[in-house]
Each structure stands twice: as structure tokens, then as C-alpha cells.
Design a protein around this ligand. Structure first.
Ligand code: GLN
Length: 490
């Protein structure tokens, strides 16, 4: 097995055993990026020298017999929405084209403390708004499995980079599915932790009550290692959970006994593609063969999820994005008549169409005349959705569904139909509204050779068990070992 097609968990072991150096691995990733990223478009910014200097420092630390961190020497790509001091952070927006953060996100500091190699900054939908990465102001990202197909979004660059084996691991953010949906489209593992598990300090805010940073990886073990390294209480984020980072690794390989998996009646909706239904059924059979009981559960308010999310997320976005005023940082229009015109021109030039749509929708639903009818109503429905999950988890350990109703769609296919695009989040956004953890794992292939992901959702704070359930599946299948053609060309 070549270095690039080796699962990330095995690479971590090989680094620890001295079978491969961080410089070798980092160089292999950089070479893969040189070969394919022109066409793939996963990265917005790569600093090769910086990447190699970190790798070298970690190799030296190890050679000197010093204790190294749990991610020692492994390259990690980072979505361009998580601040890293001194590196660009554009959020794929023209507005932040020249923005260099003066501080690092807590998650980045933790990755550095864990001795990860920060490889580069990945493409995304502008300010994380979208499901295809087409809303980037800079470039399109292609699905590594098929040119012309979307990698999903909004963390599409991170997912494509890992899918194409340009990085064994990556960081994304998930507000309504932006880690799990692209993970599913690119055939990799992606996880949204419980709300508050990873500090949001230094994550550029989209919808603060929904946003979470989370990991992508080519296998469950390395994904768990990455999440553990980023987790933990942070006094700089008042919504961070006041608990130590969970132990996700000690029992990871131990199968769970007497597992009960819920299948949501309301999710068996129209619009599910045949290949997706088949992959999900087969995945559930895998669990049945491992001794799990699969039973129906009901989430009666699930059908209001998309509407609720698309009121709450834009409302919070309109408030969060008011900071882009042409005064504090980022872009400022060159020509304007007066102060109001400066704001208007700056925002007109700085933001793309989807971001403007969200700001307008959010401003509308928060306006004095409509707040009760829309925003306050949506908050009440959000509560009911959360209660549905609580009730379901009294009956089952996890809830299984496809991560997305379809495999990857074509670039350009949904971009002019925002509602159709929003519907691709129907299985993922409930977890954000409820604040619960969810994971997408490779679980099949469509007839067209596009990956299909299985989503498992768990109760709050149950990341360790959720990862164990995912690992059981991985051990029983080989979907995670399939790599796209371009990962075989070295
Ligand atoms: N696709 C959803 C949206 O556009 C979710 C995005 C995300 O999770 N960042 O809002």
C-alpha cells in the first residue's frame, strides 16, 4: 500500500514506530497537491516551506527522544474559516481577501500542541453558507471521484483534500451538515461533535448557536484522534462545555454489545435516490450481523427541520455578519459618497449572492414586525425537534440515516435553485438544531462510482460510543479503503 492510500490511523502508527518520517509524509502530500490540485481546487493557500518546517521540527523532537503529541507529524488541512495567526483566512469571501488573523483559534493551538503539521487552507462556501463549495468567491472544487461533480459543502475543500489523499486529516466546520455531507460525497469519515465540545474561539462565526468545528479523516481512528486533540473546555468560548476532553481512543476498538439503532420513519421520504436507499439498507444489515437491533423511531417534527434551520441560521448570520462594515477589518469600497454609502458599497462588493440572500432573509425574520412569526416561532420548533431526539434516544442508542438523500450532484446542477440545495441538508441539520453529535462514514458506492455515506447520530456527549459504533462498521467493511483513481498515481 502506498503512503497516500494508507489509512490515516495506520499512518499515525507508522509515524510513531519510526517507519515513516513526518517530512516524508508531508512531502508526499505536497507532491499529491502539486499533481492534482490545479484541477481539483481543494486548497486556497499552501505554504510549503511552513508545512515542511513543522514536519522537520517534529521529526527532530522525536529523534531527540522528547515526548511528542498524539498527532505528531501528521498533516492536517484546515478550512479557511478557522483563524491561524499569520496565515490568510478568507472564508472564501472577497470581503476577507487580505485578512490575516492576529491570533489563532483555540482548535489550531490545540493542534499545534498535539504536534500536527498544518498543511494549508482549504476552499469552502463563502462564510460556510452552502452545500457544494460553489459559493466560494475564488474557485470551484471538484469531487475527487469525478471531475465536474461537487465535493459537497460548505467544507468541500477539506473533504476533497482528504478524499484525494492530499491530506490524511482535515478540519471543517458544521452548522447544518457542512462536515457530514461533504464527507459522504467524498467517501471519507466526517464528524460533527456535540455543540460546545470544540471551542468556537477563532472560528469565524456563521450561526453561533449551530456552528461546531469537527474532524475529517480517511478512517475512524485518526478522525477520533483529531477530535480528541481539538476538544475540551475553553474559557474563551462561553458556550464551550465545561468538561475535560473525552477519552475517545481507549475503548475505540471494543465493539458495543446490545446495540439498538433507530431508523427514522419520517426520513424515508421521497427524493431518496435508489442507490442511497440500497447502501443504507446494506449498512443496516452489517449492523444486524454485528448483533445490533434495528427498529423504527419517530421524529415527528423532523419535517420542519429545513424550514426551522433556514430561519435560525440566516437570522444569526445577519447579526454576525454586521461586523463587516468596512471599518473594523477586511474590505472597504474605494468610492463612496457618505458613510451609509460606504457601508452599502463595501457590502455590495465584498459579499457574494448567497451571503447577501442569507443576510436579507435573516434581517427580515428578525425585524420588529416579523420576529414573532418567524424567528421566535422557529426557536419553539427547534425545542420540539430537540425533544424528539431526546425521546428517540430513550429507545435507541443511535439514529441511522443516509447523510444526504443523493450522492454528489454535478457542479452547476443546484446552484440556481437555492431551495433544492437547502433540501440536501434535510438529514444533517437536525443534529445542529438539537446540538447532538453525528458522524458520516463511507458505506457504499453509487452505480456511477460516487461514494455514499451513512450518518449515525447520538445523544449529547456520546462521541466516544458513536465513534465505537462507526469503528465496528469500518472493521466489518472495506468502503474506507477505496480510493479515487487520482490517489493511485504517485
Ligand atoms: N448547507 C447548510 C447551509 O448552507 C449548512 C452549512 C454549514 O453547515 N456550514 O447553511
Amino acid at each position: 500500500m502506498s503512503i497516500l492510500s494508507t489509512p490515516a490511523g495506520d499512518l499515525l502508527a507508522q509515524l510513531n514506530q519510526g517507519e515513516v518520517t513526518s517530512v516524508e509524509l508531508t512531502q508526499a502530500c505536497l507532491d499529491q497537491i502539486s499533481r492534482h490540485d490545479q484541477q481539483l481546487g481543494a486548497f486556497l493557500h499552501i505554504d510549503r516551506e511552513f508545512a515542511l518546517s513543522q514536519a522537520k521540527a517534529i521529526d527532530e523532537k522525536r529523534a531527540a527522544g522528547e515526548t511528542v503529541g498524539p498527532l505528531a507529524g501528521i498533516p492536517v488541512a484546515v478550512k479557511d474559516v478557522v483563524c491561524h495567526k499569520g496565515q490568510p483566512c478568507t472564508c472564501a469571501s472577497r470581503y476577507l481577501k487580505d485578512f490575516i488573523p492576529p491570533y489563532s483559534a483555540t482548535a489550531i493551538e490545540k493542534l499545534q500542541a498535539a504536534d500536527a503539521v498544518l498543511l494549508g487552507r482549504t476552499n469552502m462556501d463563502e462564510f460556510a453558507m452552502g452545500s457544494s463549495t460553489e459559493n466560494s468567491a475564488y474557485q470551484k472544487t471538484h469531487n475527487p471521484w469525478k471531475e465536474g461533480y461537487a465535493p459537497g459543502g460548505s467544507s468541500g475543500g477539506s473533504a476533497a483534500a482528504v478524499g484525494a489523499r492530499m491530506a490524511p486529516l482535515a478540519v471543517g466546520s458544521d452548522t447544518g451538515g457542512s462536515i457530514r455531507q461533504p464527507a459522504s460525497f467524498c467517501g471519507i469519515v466526517g464528524m460533527k461533535p456535540t455543540y460546545g465540545r470544540v471551542s468556537r474561539y477563532g472560528l469565524v462565526a456563521f450561526a453561533s448557536s449551530l456552528d461546531q468545528i469537527g474532524p475529517f479523516g480517511t478512517d475512524v481512528t485518526a478522525t477520533a484522534t483529531l477530535l480528541q486533540a481539538m476538544s475540551g473546555h475553553d474559557p474563551l468560548d462561553s458556550t464551550s462545555i465545561n468538561q475535560p476532553a473525552p477519552d475517545l481512543l481507549t475503548d475505540l476498538d471494543k465493539p458495543l454489545d446490545g446495540l439498538k439503532i433507530g431508523l427514522v420513519k419520517e426520513f424515508q421520504a421521497d427524493g431518496l435516490e435508489e442507490d442511497v436507499i440500497k447502501a443504507t439498507d446494506e449498512a443496516l444489515d452489517v449492523y444486524r450481523n454485528l448483533g445490533a437491533e434495528v427498529k423504527d423511531v419517530s421524529l415527528p417534527h423532523a419535517r420542519y427541520g429545513v424550514a426551522t434551520y433556514y430561519i435560525i441560521a440566516p437570522a444569526e448570520a445577519s447579526s454576525n455578519l454586521s461586523r463587516y462594515d468596512g471599518v473594523h477589518f477586511g474590505h472597504r469600497a474605494e468610492k463612496f459618497k457618505d458613510l451609509t454609502d460606504m457601508y452599502r458599497q463595501t457590502r455590495e462588493e465584498g459579499f457574494g449572492p448567497e451571503v447577501k440572500r442569507r443576510i436579507m432573509m435573516g434581517t427580515y425574520t428578525l425585524s420588529a414586525g416579523y420576529i414573532d412569526a418567524y424567528y421566535v416561532k422557529a426557536l419553539k420548533v427547534r425545542r420540539l425537534i430537540r425533544e424528539d431526539y431526546d425521546k428517540a434516544f430513550a429507545e435507541v442508542d443511535f439514529i441511522a440515516s443516509p447523510a444526504c438523500p443523493t450522492p454528489a450532484f454535478k457542479i452547476g446542477e443546484l446552484i440556481d435553485d437555492p431551495l433544492a440545495m437547502y433540501l440536501s441538508d434535510m438529514f444533517t441539520l437536525g443534529a445542529n438544531l438539537a446540538g447532538i453529535p453525528g458522524i458520516s462514514i463511507p458505506a457504499g458506492m453509487s452505480g456511477d462510482g460516487l461514494p455514499i455515506g451513512l450518518q449515525l447520530l447520538g445523544p449529547p456527549l456520546e462521541e466516544a460510543r458513536l465513534l465505537r459504533a462507526a469503528k465496528m462498521f469500518e472493521q466489518a467493511t472495506d468502503w474506507h479503503l477505496k480510493v479515487p483513481e487520482l490517489a493511485n498515481h504517485e
